[in-house]
Design a binder for this molecule. Structure first.
Ligand SMILES: Cc1cc2nc3c(=O)[nH]c(=O)nc-3n(C[C@H](O)[C@H](O)[C@H](O)COP(=O)(O)OP(=O)(O)OC[C@H]3O[C@@H](n4cnc5c(N)ncnc54)[C@H](O)[C@@H]3O)c2cc1C
Length: 379
């Protein structure tokens, strides 16, 4: 019987943006890191694929040049209501468009180059006792580590195991995403509302256009299928009708996800340091989940390196500092994001809001600034 259990400094559960960014950062701090990711790379994910420029200095620190990967620079923004009222603005900070297919794989390759071990398996149990974690996978593997980062995304089997509060609340949101070829400006990200949802449009590498919409199940369930829903609801917004009808799909079938929860979560559970969506998910209408995921990875990594260097003397202090910094960085951003998303969810209020924004365009850049972070500093 082989009873040797491998021991790592840090095990990261989930190899998306948060998990892989932490893995690269921690490997630069000479820590012995294992990432356990259930899927292989590259893989498409349901996501708007527009990232705020706030993360660029940090991605450079991680040795990721998104423009070498073909990312499109984006500095213009359009917002339309269900009835097709349109507002255009410049993005105060700007961003870029890159597919998750491309970005996650580039991060994974970088992590491997830096000596990080990546295991393809599903984590199905994490236990903490005697100051160390035991992590078990569906494939029957077991590992130990001093620190575990939970970076397994919006919702997973582990949330049930950890008895997290949000998992008991049914979420009505689902999302659909596809890539198409067609005519759309490289430098624009558009958010077009329709009854019960909104659709983000922006270009990514290879001149593909990402179309990604989020809606609630109550709107969706009245229709036969995605095509029927799009025809009868989504296409009531003239901008969406044009882009969907005048472009050629790249995917055979659109990707879909359901049970997207924007409920409040705890950034630390059972001593696991939660990063990215595992700690909180902001409404894509009014915030950038991807930059939050990457930023939280930096936050966690800096503190974990200090912990291993004994600059932070014990676990309790590590957890308190992470919680304090996480709240200071994200709490108000999440709150404003939630308020804005709720207002735009109500068609009448959103029409009035758009009228107000049209008269006072500075309100829009104020909202964008409050729901996005400042450019990240590399520390
Ligand atoms: C419809 C929609 C549109 C969005 N659009 C945008 C946008 O345009 N811009 C933006 O900035 N943000 C957007 N977001 C938010 C963004 O997608 C997320 O915030 C971001 O993906 C978070 O990254 P993450 O690393 O936390 O999670 P993920 O990228 O989801 O990574 C989690 C990883 O964990 C793995 N995993 C899960 N469970 C296990 C397990 N038990 N064991 C092993 N591995 C596991 C998964 O396979 C996955 O690879 C959008 C979100 C939605 C829902």
């Amino acid at each position: 019987m082989n009873s040797t259990i491998l021991f790592f400094d840090v095990i990261i559960v989930g190899g998306g943006l948060a998990g892989l960014s932490s893995a690269i950062h921690l490997s630069k701090g000479n820590l012995n890191v294992l990432v356990i990711e259930k899927n292989s790379y590259p893989k498409h994910k349901v996501c708007g694929e527009y990232i705020s420029n706030e993360v660029l200095p940090y991605l450079n620190f991680l040795d990721i040049d998104v423009f070498k990967l073909g990312a499109k620079k984006i500095d213009k923004f359009q917002l339309s209501t269900t009835r097709g009222q349109l507002i255009s603005a410049n993005l105060p900070l700007g961003g870029f468009g890159i597919s998750r297919f491309c970005l996650d794989a580039a991060l994974a390759n970088k992590a491997l180059d830096n000596g990080v071990k990546i295991l393809q398996d599903l984590v199905d149990n994490i236990q903490f006792s005697n100051e160390q974690f035991s992590v078990k996978t569906k494939g029957g593997k077991a590992y130990k580590a001093k620190i575990v980062i939970g970076a397994y995304g919006k919702r997973a089997n582990l949330d049930v195991k950890l008895n997290r509060k949000f998992i008991k609340i049914k979420s009505p949101y689902l999302a659909v995403k596809t890539h198409v070829k067609g005519v759309f400006p490289d430098d624009l990200v558009a958010l077009h509302n329709f009854e019960g949802g909104y659709c983000g449009i922006s270009k990514v590498e290879d001149n593909n256009i990402n179309l990604c919409y989020i809606t609630n199940f109550n709107s969706f369930k009245k229709f036969k299928n995605i095509e029927d829903f799009q025809e009868k609801v989504v296409f009531n917004n003239r901008f969406l009708k044009t882009i969907f009808n005048e472009s050629i799909p790249v995917f055979e079938e659109p990707l879909t996800i359901s049970q997207i929860s924007f409920e409040i979560k705890k950034p630390i559970e059972n001593h696991i340091i939660m990063c990215g969506d595992t700690a909180a998910l902001i409404h894509p209408l009014s915030g950038n989940g991807m930059s939050m995921a990457i930023r939280s990875a930096q936050l966690a990594s800096l503190l974990i390196i200090k912990f291993f260097n004994s600059e932070i003397s014990n676990r309790d202090d590590l957890e308190k500092q992470y919680l304090r910094e996480w709240n200071a960085t994200f709490k108000s951003r999440l709150k404003i994001g939630r308020i804005v998303a709720n207002l735009f969810n109500k068609p009448k209020i959103s029409e009035v809001l758009m009228q107000v924004i049209k008269r006072f365009p500075s309100i829009l850049s104020h909202i964008i600034k409050r729901t996005h972070g400042k450019v990240m500093k590399v520390k």
